[in-house]
Design a protein around this ligand. Structure first.
Ligand SMILES: Cc1ncc(COP(=O)(O)O)c(C=O)c1O
Length: 375
């Protein structure tokens, strides 16, 4: 059997990793400014994570959601404390799209409506309504094209008010820092305005923190830069450092109903152990603070070096976009092939940096040298 060929792949097989570095099967080292697509939060193969996961696997990998799972309660407790959302509750699932799907479902159960507002260039996943809320017609199959979603310009509060005042909007979904959209950020005024309008028209505000959350922006959640509290928050990617897991943080205004949401794998013992180990390391090594400090350092250096082809450097913490005046393709490929450095990308002209949150200033300097060499 062949693999279904949907990914344009680099001809490289990564065999092992440590911190912010990975090695291919021929022993070549790479600097990882991509974090396996923003997934590696505490660094590759962190010894504490490996130890906790190994012990859990030797004890119990999985049992179903029909019995008590104290690890889920521990995780909810710890996540509530570290994120500042102790009064919210947690529902655990397996992927980012699934988290958004459950957020939409809960919102619709709550206000009985079916309309979603999403930002132009948004990406929210590839399942049913998550993909419809994703502003990319190429990945919306006819079966997903059900007219539930209106896409509106980022930061244009008047355009959003016009739609919200119709009184039929179920939910607004926002990435405070767009990932796939090219590291474009909402403004504080826009978010405050959206929150007010959502309250006024009984619309549910969902912050998709799947890429920009979990410490990456230099605060636990990106929306915390804007002093707002959404009704629902979705998290995934870095939550268990690569073990598939996601979560939905739910405000106390929602009442749980037995059977309304559910999952086979979500919140299993191994996933919870991984997520708890991630929080241990994030706290012990102050990784949110590190993301803020090293992110600012790296962005300052990228700006002050006045590098050729670099038009704009934007982002927060360790979620950084480098806009180029040429397509990223050649530069990104040469970074991998000649300089052995992985980065992400967006659109046609943006390099996206999403390293593990433990990136050091020395590694940031190392990236600048490798980057300069291909410009
Ligand atoms: C902002 C955002 N939302 C949702 C998703 C979908 O997550 P997953 O691929 O785990 O379904 C992604 C993935 O890149 C994302 O960046």
């Amino acid at each position: 059997m062949e693999l279904f060929d949907v990914y344009p792949l680099f001809d490289i097989a990564i065999a092992r990793g440590k911190g912010c570095h990975v090695w291919d099967d021929k022993g070549q080292e790479y600097l990882d400014l991509y974090g396996g697509h923003a997934v590696i939060s505490i660094g590759h193969c962190h010894p504490h994570y490996v130890d906790v996961m190994t012990k859990q696997l030797n004890t119990l990998g999985f049992y179903s959601n029909s019995v008590q799972n104290p690890l889920q309660k521990q995780l909810a407790n710890r996540l509530g404390k570290i994120s500042g959302y102790e009064d919210y509750s947690l529902f655990l699932i397996n992927s980012g799209a699934e988290a958004n799907e459950n957020a939409f479902k809960l919102a619709s159960f709550y206000n009985g409506r079916t309309r979603i507002l999403s930002i132009e260039k948004a990406f929210h996943g590839r399942t049913s309504l998550a993909v419809e809320a994703t502003n990319n017609p190429k990945i919306i199959a006819p079966i997903n094209n059900n007219g539930h979603v209106t896409y509106l310009p980022i930061n244009d509060i008047n355009a959003w008010e016009k739609e919200l005042q119709k009184g039929d909007v179920c939910a607004v979904i926002i990435e405070c820092i767009q990932g796939v959209g090219g590291i474009r950020m909402v403004t504080k005024d826009f978010m405050k305005g959206i929150l007010k309008l959502c309250d006024k028209y009984n619309t549910v505000l969902i912050c998709d923190e799947i890429q920009c959350g979990y410490g990456r922006s230099g605060k636990f959640f990106a929306h915390q830069h804007f002093d707002i509290k959404p009704d629902l928050i979705t998290v995934a990617k870095g939550i268990a450092n690569g073990f598939p897991m996601s979560g939905l943080l739910i405000s106390p205004k929602f009442t749980p109903v037995y059977g309304q949401l559910g999952t086979t794998f979500g919140g299993n013992h191994l996933a919870c152990a991984g997520a708890l180990a991630v929080l241990d390391v994030m706290e012990d090594e102050k990784l949110v603070e590190n993301a803020a400090e090293v992110g600012t350092y790296l962005m300052d250096r990228l700006k002050s070096e006045k590098l050729p082809h670099v038009v704009e450097v934007r982002g927060l913490g360790l979620m950084i976009g480098i806009e180029l005046d040429v397509p990223y393709k050649d530069i990104r490929t040469r970074l991998v092939k000649e300089q052995h450095c992985f980065t992400g990308c967006a659109g046609t002209n943006v390099l996206r940096l999403l390293p593990p949150l433990c990136l050091t200033k020395a590694e940031a300097d190392d990236f600048i040298e490798r980057f300069k060499a291909v410009l």
